[in-house]
Design a protein around this ligand. Structure first.
Ligand code: GMT
Length: 379
């Protein structure tokens, strides 16, 4: 199959899912054409089946806002025509679903049929999507998507409540390649960061408000008072500076290690004892799944799709949003009991295996195939 893949290239779960999916499809022999305004950060490997088509949104003095959508739609039309795409897969509804629709209509005028799949990732629906200004466009472009997938049951429910769309939504959860984690687990450099055998807590995110990174700091503040520990922060974003201030204010800055953006955090996760994800909303929590694949239990909130990933009392613990005392108590329970921590580590890994790419990939392939068969019958 020739598959077009559109995603945001920046650090974030939707770009990771699109990239890892594209790589896995390419490994199975499909040709995958990525289209983005810069190279997706995990698309860093060579494969004869992977292609990358960059487009530039030029700065014209006339425009206060640059026409990203028009440039992307033109790129899709171009790639679809000259690479003979069979199907287009767009990640993140805003604005990619409506761009896909525009491209599809242009191609139709040239007698080319290009079905598109829209994958909903979370903030496209839960945050941005709730802005009423977007509603008509999202609803229309979702209703015209040839297929819609959602990364969790929770996000599917939320989309149906928010947008009242008529189209079917198939849940295809996020995934990891479990083999990659088995190999990476060997390289453990824990002593660099925890020379006295301290416990290591890790948080990875894009440091947006929705991640509630201040709660990570308050949880860590309580944990380190009970158990010698270090906190490793991976990622960057709007809240980062405020978090640095907070760690100084709490007097914990000497135990907080800021690593910034890291494209592949496996090595960091291999040193971790616990992963902390206190998000306000999280449609799935891919970073939590990546931690679990590395046998790291998760202390998270119970919002959105997190309970579909992190299992209460087995792979970690889930608390109400903002309940830092409960999160800290759960974290202390785990890091102060080696036997319990080991049990949770194994449980986390067993749970992560349910989301292995080998189980997920055929679900996307099935959708692409169905669309191609439909097009062959109609067209
Ligand atoms: O979490 C973010 O802020 C990034 C965002 C994205 O679109 O890249 O992540 C969303 O998509 C991920 C991949 O499907 C999910 O694992 C995240 O839970 C989801 N984030 C939120 O819902 C806040």
């Amino acid at each position: 199959m020739n598959i077009g893949m559109v995603c945001f290239p920046t650090y974030g779960g939707s770009g990771v899912v699109a990239t890892e999916l594209g790589i896995a499809l390419a490994n199975k022999g499909h040709k995958v054409h990525f289209m983005s305004y810069s190279q997706p950060f995990r698309l860093n490997q060579f494969s004869e089946n992977l292609f990358y088509h960059e487009f530039n949104v030029n700065d014209y003095p006339l425009f206060e806002y640059q026409p990203y959508e028009s440039v992307l739609a033109s790129k899709i039309v171009d790639v679809a025509m000259y690479e003979q795409l069979d199907v287009l897969h767009v990640h993140y509804a805003i604005p990619h679903a409506s761009v896909a629709y525009t491209a599809q209509q242009i191609l139709k005028s040239k007698k080319i049929n290009l079905p598109y799949v829209t994958t909903l990732h979370g903030t496209d629906i839960t945050l941005v999507g709730r802005d009423p200004a977007f509603e008509p466009v999202i609803r229309f472009s979702l209703n015209h998507s040839n297929a819609i997938t959602s990364v969790s049951e929770s996000l599917k429910k939320e989309t149906l409540n928010t947008f009242k769309i008529d189209n079917k939504i198939s849940v295809i959860p996020n995934f990891i390649n479990i083999k990659d984690y088995e190999n990476a687990r060997e390289h453990c450099g824990k002593r660099k960061y925890a020379p006295k055998g301290e416990k290591i807590l890790v948080h990875i995110s894009n440091f947006r408000k929705v991640k509630r990174v201040e709660d990570v700091m308050h949880v860590f503040d309580q944990v380190r008072k009970e158990v010698p520990s270090k906190l490793i922060l991976v990622g960057d974003g709007p809240e980062k500076a405020a978090m640095e201030q907070l760690s100084r204010h709490l007097g914990i800055n000497h135990d907080v290690i800021n690593l910034g953006k890291i494209a592949d955090p496996k090595e960091i996760l291999s040193m971790a004892d616990l992963f902390i994800l206190p998000s306000e909303t999280e449609s799935f929590g891919l970073s939590a799944l990546e931690a679990m694949a590395m046998k790291v239990p998760v202390i998270s909130t119970n919002s959105g799709g997190l309970p579909e990933v992190n299992i209460q009392g087995k792979t970690g613990f889930l608390s109400n949003v903002g309940d830092v005392d409960d999160m800290a108590a759960n974290a202390i329970k785990l890091v102060s009991n080696a036997k319990l921590l080991d049990q949770f580590r194994e449980n986390a890994f067993t749970q992560a295996k349910k989301f292995d790419i080998e189980k997920i990939l055929p679900q996307y392939e099935k959708i692409y195939n169905q669309l191609m068969i439909k097009e062959a019958i109609i067209g």
